[in-house]
Every structure is written in structure tokens, then in C-alpha cells.
Design a protein around this ligand. Structure first.
Ligand SMILES: C[S@@+](CC[C@H](N)C(=O)[O-])C[C@H]1O[C@@H](n2cnc3c(N)ncnc32)[C@H](O)[C@@H]1O
Length: 289
């Protein structure tokens, strides 16, 4: 069997998935991305895998699983399947207190360091880009208000290629403009037609999108960053994996750098070089040395 994307099979019904088959698919996803699908979300996994099996003309899970292991066609197919098996919900200014903390508390602190002439931020698990563009809007506006140090860049990464393509285009449904506060909307968004708007080019230029599996960050030699924003990604991961990844993210911060997580995303996390930011609405840590 070969993969033929978009090739609808006439197969009206596909077999059910027993719990051991489910375990096999769930552990493949966990091993490759870190994302855990608990048994109570079996229906989601089954629907997603079956949907893709219909499109590629596979009649049974076993054959599809086997084809996924093939090199290189299995790897290509995986890039489509992984998009179906992961949750991409996202919004502009999704958690406003986190962005307020960056603008009001963290940027003024950085301004006191004359050696810092450029700011590099990373949106980890950026989905379709709303989080990365929000960071860019906040950094652009507040750095400009402070004058001087105005260079910044945001790297936005995800495992999902379709999500990254949306982010790269910077084109969104018009109703999403309502998520963006007025003071940012006019400055950074241009309405295209009745149904859509686009992030202005001047801001799009500041955000680079790339496919990157967060699991590959462990042990990778990467440039150190000023700001790492990782919300609503680790919640899908097993607890032990979250701890390892957080230690990795902490090591990728420059001294004075900020790690922002989703509220409640981890509990009892401590790291020798990170100090918890004193803000009960935001889960953030500042690198001390
Ligand atoms: C729910 S979205 C969160 C988007 C955004 N961070 C936010 O808070 O609005 C989770 C994203 O994490 C991505 N993701 C899951 N596992 C990943 C991994 N191992 N490496 C990189 N991205 C991953 C998914 O593809 C998805 O787009």
C-alpha cells in the first residue's frame, strides 16, 4: 500500500480499535512528540487515524501502522498524521496577564542592561502563529515606546506543518481581530476583505516560522534566548517529560531571560538558576545567572 493523499477510498466503514491497538498508536505519538492521549480520549485518536486511513486508502490499522514506519514515505505521511493527532487551539492575546507581565515588568528591567542590544524570543508550540504575533506586537510596541534598543526577533516553532503554513502567511479570519486589543489592532493588522485580515508585513518580518520538535531540544546546541514562551504545550506531556523539558528550556535562557508557561501548566517546578516571578496570575521564571 502506498500513500495517496487526498485519494478518498470507497471504504464505508473501518474496523474498531481495541484497547491494545489504541496503546500502540498512543505510544507511537508519545514517543515521537511527547503528547499523551489518555484512554478517555480514545475516540479522538481513533477518528483522527481513521480519517487519514480513508484519505490514503488503508483498510486496517495494522497496515497503516506498518506503512508509517517505512522510509522515507512513512516519515512524509507522519507529518500529515501528527497534525491530526495534536490540538491546535490558539488565540491572539490568549492569556493577557502573561503579555502584560512582559510589557510592564520584564522589559523595563531589561532596559537597565546596556549590553542587551537585541531581543530573541521563542514561541514553543506556536500552532498557527497567533501567540508568536502577539509576542511580536507586544515587543515592538513597548520597545519602540522605550526608544533605543529596538531590534527583536521571534522564532515560532511547531511540529505541525499545516499550522506553520497559516502562521507564515499571517492571514486570519476577520472575527479573530476581536481578540486583539484596539491599541494593537490598527497598528499591526490590515483588513483584506469582509472575511479576513493580515498581519502587517513590518511585523511578519520579525517572526520566523520553522518546524521543530520540542523533544529535539533536549541535548541540542542552540543559541540562548531572552524570552521563551511555552503555553498550552506541556500540559499534553507526561509529568517526567515536562520536568526534563523545563530544565532544557531553563538552560536555553540567557541570564535575566524569562520563561513564561501557562498558568497551572506545571506544579512544584524548581531550578537552581530560575526564580519564580512574583505574580499570582502568571506562571513565569526569570533566569538569575
Ligand atoms: C494547543 S496548541 C498551543 C498553541 C499556543 N502555544 C497557545 O497557547 O495558544 C499546542 C501546539 O503544540 C504543538 N506541539 C505538540 N507537541 C509538540 C512537539 N513535540 N514539538 C513542537 N510542537 C508540539 C501542537 O502541534 C500544537 O500546535
Amino acid at each position: 500500500m502506498t500513500f495517496a493523499a487526498g485519494n478518498w477510498s470507497p471504504l464505508a466503514s473501518l474496523p474498531g480499535m481495541d484497547d491494545s491497538e489504541f496503546e500502540r498508536w498512543a505510544s507511537l505519538l508519545e514517543k515521537r512528540t511527547g503528547v499523551v492521549v489518555p484512554l478517555k480520549r480514545k475516540a479522538f485518536l481513533v477518528t483522527s487515524v481513521r480519517g487519514r486511513m480513508r484519505e490514503t486508502g488503508h483498510a486496517d490499522f495494522e497496515a497503516y501502522f506498518r506503512d508509517l514506519q517505512k522510509v522515507p514515505e512513512g516519515a512524509i505521511e507522519w507529518t500529515t498524521l501528527v497534525d491530526r493527532l495534536t490540538v491546535h487551539e490558539t488565540h491572539f492575546f490568549r492569556h493577557p496577564p502573561s503579555f502584560a507581565l512582559i510589557a510592564r515588568d520584564w522589559l523595563p528591567l531589561l532596559a537597565t542592561d546596556p549590553a542587551r542590544t537585541a531581543l530573541h524570543a521563542w514561541s514553543v508550540g506556536c500552532s498557527s502563529g497567533e501567540e508568536a504575533y502577539t509576542l511580536a506586537m507586544v515587543l515592538d510596541r513597548h520597545l519602540a515606546e522605550r526608544g533605543g534598543k529596538s531590534y527583536f526577533g521571534v522564532t515560532a516553532t511547531d511540529v505541525s506543518l499545516p499550522a506553520l503554513a497559516v502562521g507564515r502567511a499571517g492571514l486570519y479570519p476577520r472575527q479573530k481581530m476581536d481578540e486583539i486589543p484596539d491599541e494593537y489592532r490598527n497598528r499591526y493588522c490590515e483588513p483584506l476583505d469582509a472575511d479576513s485580515f493580515r498581519i502587517r508585513e513590518s511585523l511578519r518580518k520579525r517572526v520566523g516560522f520553522a518546524q521543530f520538535n520540542l523533544l529535539d531540544a533536549v541535548g541540542a546546541s542552540m543559541k540562548r534566548l531572552d524570552l521563551i514562551f511555552c503555553q498550552n504545550v506541556l500540559i499534553y506531556f507526561a509529568r517526567e517529560r515536562r520536568r526534563d523539558l523545563l530544565a532544557t528550556l531553563a538552560n536555553l535562557l540567557k541570564p535575566g531571560g524569562l520563561l513564561v508557561l501557562g498558568p497551572g501548566e506545571v506544579t512544584q517546578f524548581a531550578h537552581a538558576q530560575l526564580a519564580r516571578v512574583d505574580n499570582r496570575n502568571v506562571l513565569a521564571f526569570r533566569r538569575t545567572s
